[in-house]
Write a protein that binds this ligand. Structure first.
Ligand SMILES: *Cc1c(COP(=O)(O)O)cnc(C)c1O
Length: 444
């Protein structure tokens, strides 16, 4: 790319947050519900590639992509063009009333690029949580059963059903009313914290034992799992865990739903994170965050016979698969299809992996390095133990933010730093951001 609308450099010109952001934050506190938190109250005016620019003119290196959303890069040229053209032609009809091509094209592309060698169909929504909600509806309708199994450390959203599916009740569910019925949580494979030497197959047998005893298969419609967990701290299950689960599910008439909302769409160096796991065969996928360069759109994609079990009119919503968001998704998916994007995620994974492993060898507060592609994480502990070290993460996040690097925490114990850079980031910028992190580590 030859021309940047925003210089691809880190530049800190005020305190962070600076005076303009602080003033905007005062307005926000007066006008916006306290329920919408504020991880870093820096008000962003524009962004391009891997740089976000705040109201005070600070240029920050973005290692979060708005939680894995602007994977293709901020204000990606193809997305900007697709949105501008589409917005001038058609912004809404309601697909289930009078349809349009862009919706169909997103479905075709997702059917083609999700793993699984079988006939697939898709349906579009607005958010990740809405996709998960609908995947559960679809699975229940297709099986005529109710039970849903989810996993420890999972995150699936903030609606009533999806907050029930999350592992952590605080802050997502606490006090927000009754949880949804027929949801059962079972253990996840967490290689860093599982008993030493526990294989993926053994971890799956532990989960299956819970499922058989606590739920039984008679009323079990589906298991829902993130093949690489996002909010839970980028937990990558041990080899064989997912395969054993999907084999068991298919032998028992249970639908397997892969929640790829965070890990999907080129992020991990494959089209979908599920492809990292040999023999793992999901029936349905939920897809959102990185699919449209920042435009709100989500999907459920999967086996045609399951997707078609829902009656006409049962699935949808006013804004679902909006033409402008769909045009952005087509642009992103075609850019990935054209080549280079997935390869870039793999290169970034190599760079990140090398640097993070070097940090782990040097700093004993780092207990684990894990992830795939441009979705990697560090888990922090009290040196020599497995005790979560949230304090170290808080200090490092603060250090990075003050120095113009936007970094995100994660993890059930808030002791994980996750890296989700836009794939448009240069090696030099990523290295510079990691240098800032290392300064913070040295100062701990
Ligand atoms: C973010 C996320 C969701 C929820 O998506 P929203 O668009 O925030 O509703 C669901 N599942 C996973 C794995 C996520 O990371």
């Amino acid at each position: 790319m030859s021309e940047f609308t925003v210089a691809q450099e880190r530049k800190v010109v005020t305190s962070i947050p600076g005076p303009k952001s602080q003033a905007l934050h005062q307005r926000r506190l007066d006008a916006v519900s306290a329920g919408a938190g504020a991880a870093l109250p820096v008000y962003i005016e524009k962004a391009h590639g891997a740089i976000i620019v705040d109201a005070d003119g600070n240029h920050m290196i973005d290692l979060g992509s708005g939680i894995g959303v602007t994977t293709i890069g901020h204000t990606n040229a193809g997305v900007v063009k697709a949105v501008q053209e589409q917005v001038a032609n058609l912004t809404h009809t309601l697909f289930t009333l009078t349809p349009y091509e862009q919706y169909v094209e997103v479905c075709e592309l997702l059917n083609k690029h999700t793993p699984g060698n079988f006939k697939k169909k898709s349906v579009l929504f607005n958010s990740g949580a809405e996709a998960v909600e609908n995947a559960v509806k679809i699975a229940r309708k297709a099986t005529r059963k109710n039970g849903i199994v989810v996993f420890d450390h999972a995150y699936h959203g903030r609606t009533n059903l999806t907050f029930t599916m999350n592992f952590k009740s605080a802050p997502y569910g606490n006090g927000f009313g009754p949880t949804a019925p027929s949801i059962q949580h079972v253990p996840m494979s967490y290689p860093y914290r599982d008993p030493q030497g526990m294989t993926g197959v053994e971890a799956a047998q532990r989960s299956i034992n819970y499922i058989e005893k606590r739920v039984g298969v008679e009323d079990l419609a589906a298991i829902v799992i993130e093949p690489i967990q996002g909010e839970g701290g980028f937990i990558v299950p041990a080899e064989g865990f997912l395969k054993t689960l999907s084999d068991w599910a298919h032998a028992n008439g249970v639908i397997v739903i892969a929640d790829e909302v965070q890990a999907g769409v080129a992020r991990t160096g494959k089209w979908f994170a599920s492809e990292h796991f040999e023999g793992w065969e999901p029936d349905l996928f939920t897809i959102a965050k990185g699919i449209a360069g920042g435009m709100p759109i989500s999907a459920v994609t999967g086996r045609a016979e399951i997707m078609d079990a829902s009656h006409p009119g049962g699935l949808g919503g006013t804004f679902g698969g909006n033409p402008v968001a769909a045009a952005a998704a087509v642009s992103v998916l075609k850019e990935i299809e054209a080549g280079g994007v997935i390869e870039r995620a793999q290169e970034l994974g190599k760079l990140l992996g090398d640097r993070l492993n070097a940090l782990k060898a040097k700093y004993p507060v780092i207990g684990d390095v894990r992830g795939h592609g441009a979705m990697m994480a560090l888990e922090f502990v009290e040196p020599g133990t497995l005790n979560p070290n949230k304090d170290a993460v808080d200090k490092l996040v603060k250090h990075c933010h003050s120095n113009g690097v936007l970094i995100l925490n994660a993890g059930t114990y808030y002791n994980v730093i996750r890296f989700l850079p836009p794939l448009a980031i240069s090696d030099a910028l990523l290295n510079e951001a990691l240098d800032v992190l290392e300064e913070g580590l040295a100062a701990l």
